[in-house]
Write a protein that binds this ligand. Sequence first.
Ligand code: GRF
Length: 195
Amino acid sequence: MPINIAVFASGAGSNFINLFNKIASNNLNGSIVLLVSNNPNSGAVKFAKNNDICIKIINKFRYKDKATINKEYKSSLKENKINLILLAGFMKKIPVDLIKIYRNKILNIHPSLLPDYGGKGFFGMNVHHAVFNANEKISGATVHYVNKDYDRGPILIQKKVEIQNCKGPNEIAKKVLEIEHEIFPKAVQIFLNKM
Ligand code: GRF
């Protein structure tokens, strides 16, 4: 039985699009059947619409409180029989009980070499600004399992990239994103091979 995958994404969705295309073309034993997003105007949602992927928008404008939001996450995952969750630029915190239900079945991509530049406040461009300001010569990306300690779950794959010639955080972000697109599908493949 192929594994049903849900992607959670908030932004441009380049990781989501890349995952969707690679999973389909590499004949992996899984398929992305659900996109969960807090942002109805995101690139991720647009791509899902154009590719007939089921979309669930979950945010505080649509649902009144955290408990209801939590319930919505759980029911949409259940309805779609999801057994793997991929966090691909998802800007909201995953509720602890969802992490418990999907123990070792949630993977996150982080745009740094964790544990460096991880944890509170280190998300999106903040990471690349911090890396640039610290004059780092090397950065990279990490795919890790999600547990209750933010950005601290066991690492599945990590890859470095040289950034010493980058003139600013945007250039670093671009180089790191290329690495993300390489390692996230590989991590999914490793996960699926173990199932
Ligand atoms: C990526 O750098 C990801 O690591 C970070 O947010 C960015 C999302 O990019 N958490 P995209 O939406 O996949 O293009």
